[in-house]
Every structure is written in structure tokens, then in C-alpha cells.
Design a protein around this ligand. Structure first.
Ligand code: HEM
Length: 230
């Protein structure tokens, strides 16, 4: 008589992991990702991790907002009103996105200050620091491009002034201003340009730079503030 062997869900999961492991060494990848050297005296206050958390919040709430937002001058403001008044929990998602944007910048700056105060930018972590500067600029870029998207009076004039400031750069200022606006004035082209940068170029760039930032941190471990150069 043939004996049937009953398998528990955990056995199925283990069998699946074994199958994957034979093909892409998944256990080795997870073991590498889970191990980072943290000296006893390194107090990071989790500020980089909190910044990362807000980036994830922004990605999720941003994708939800994009389901209803229209990046055209005729429809942008109305689509924001629709999100706030008619979409279920739309007001909550939009508020979380707006607050998350501010908090991400605040925690990014606090994280930078922590790195400065503990001298964690010093050799061999200069590259982590430089990529970090890139991350800060990209985070500010999110704020700048996102501010225009509601296409209300405040957004319009804030971006007019913001692009004017870029226009005051010596020699190439006018080119930068026209490039940002898509012409001499703010128009439909400016809105679609800012939208593309906000939902595509910046998220991909930030995700890529973040991967490099975390890889460096992983390879070097966190700095030990008690370690002094002789
Ligand atoms: C989107 C923005 C950023 C994210 C998500 C992020 C994430 C992280 C995380 C998770 C860590 C590990 C430990 C910790 O929490 O401190 C870290 C470490 C580090 N970050 Fe960032 N970071 C960002 C921006 C920056 C900026 C603006 C700088 C500086 C210009 C910077 C420089 C560093 C350095 C030097 C370390 C290594 C610190 C050490 O070894 O003690 N990061 N970052």
C-alpha cells in the first residue's frame, strides 16, 4: 500500500527556498544583506533609517495619488479636489504624502548633522558622504517639483520665483530657466515636465543612489565615533 506523506506549509516554503537557492544563491544574498558591522559606541539614532522609511511612505502614497492626478493645467487642480473630497481616504493619502515630504527632508538633514557631529564622513567613508549629498539634492528636488503639481496660485508663483532664482545663475541662467519651464513662461509644458521628473526621473535616481549608499555602508560598517586617528 502506498503511504501518503502530508507536508506542512513550512515544508513547502523551505522546498521553494531550496529550489530558488539552487538557482540564484538566495540564502547567501540574504545572509550578506542581514549582516552589517555596528560598533557598540555608534549612535545613529536611526536617522538614516527613518529617512528611508519616509521615502517608502512617499513611494506608496505617491503611486496612489498618481491613480487620480492629471498633469494638465485644465485638470490638475480639479483632480486634487477630487482626491480630497471624493476618493475614499484620498484626503488621508494626500496629507500623508505632504507631511511625509516635509518629514523626509527634516530627517535627511538631521541624519546629515549626526554624520557631521560624529565625524562619520571621514576616510574611508567620503564616497558614502558624497552619495549622501546627492540623496539630499534629489530629496529637495522632489519638494521643488512636487510643489507645482496642485497648479494653484501658490504653486504657480512659488515655481515662478524658484525658476527665476535658477535664472539668476551667471551666463547660463537663462538657459536653465527656459529648460526648467519648457519656454519663457510657466505653461502646460512646465507642468508635464515637473510631473515626469517628480514621478519618474527622481524616484529612479534616488532609488539607484540609495542602493549605492546602502551598499557602501554595508561594506564598510558604521563608523566608530570612539576610534581616533593617532
Ligand atoms: C534619502 C536620504 C538618505 C537615506 C535614506 C540615508 C540612509 C542611511 C542609512 C540607513 C544609514 C545607516 C545608519 C544610519 O541610520 O545613520 C546611513 C549612513 C550614512 N549616511 Fe545616509 N542616508 C541619506 C542621506 C544622507 C546624507 C544627506 C548624507 C550626508 C551628506 C549621508 C551620509 C551618510 C554617511 C557618511 C553614513 C555612514 C555613517 C556611519 O558610518 O556612521 N546620508 N544613511
Amino acid at each position: 500500500m502506498q503511504k501518503t506523506v502530508s507536508r506542512r506549509p513550512a515544508d513547502w516554503i523551505n522546498a521553494l527556498i531550496d529550489w530558488m537557492d539552487e538557482r540564484v544563491a538566495i540564502r547567501q544574498i540574504v545572509a550578506y544583506a542581514m549582516h552589517v558591522s555596528i560598533p557598540r559606541s555608534a549612535h545613529t539614532f536611526y536617522l538614516g533609517g527613518i529617512t528611508l522609511f519616509f521615502f517608502i511612505v512617499q513611494a506608496i502614497t505617491g503611486i496612489l495619488l498618481a491613480l487620480y492626478y492629471h498633469p494638465t493645467p485644465e485638470a490638475a487642480y480639479d483632480s486634487i479636489l477630487f482626491i480630497m473630497n471624493d476618493v475614499n481616504f484620498g484626503w488621508l493619502v494626500r496629507s500623508a504624502h505632504a507631511w511625509g515630504a516635509n518629514l523626509m527632508i527634516v530627517f535627511c538633514v538631521l541624519h546629515l548633522l549626526r554624520v557631521v557631529v560624529q565625524g562619520a564622513y571621514r576616510a574611508p567613508r567620503e564616497m558614502t558622504w558624497l552619495v549622501g549629498i546627492g540623496l539630499l539634492l534629489l530629496t529637495l528636488g522632489f519638494g521643488f517639483t512636487g510643489y507645482l503639481l496642485p497648479w494653484d496660485e501658490r504653486a504657480f508663483w512659488a515655481t515662478t520665483v524658484g525658476t527665476q532664482i535658477a535664472g539668476s545663475v551667471p551666463l547660463i541662467g537663462n538657459y536653465i530657466q527656459d529648460f526648467l519651464r519648457g519656454g519663457p513662461d510657466l505653461s502646460a509644458l512646465t507642468l508635464s515636465r515637473f510631473f515626469d521628473v517628480h514621478v519618474l526621473i527622481l524616484p529612479l535616481s534616488l532609488a539607484g543612489a540609495l542602493g549605492i549608499h546602502l551598499l557602501f555602508i554595508h561594506q564598510q560598517g558604521l563608523a566608530d565615533p570612539e576610534e581616533r586617528d593617532e
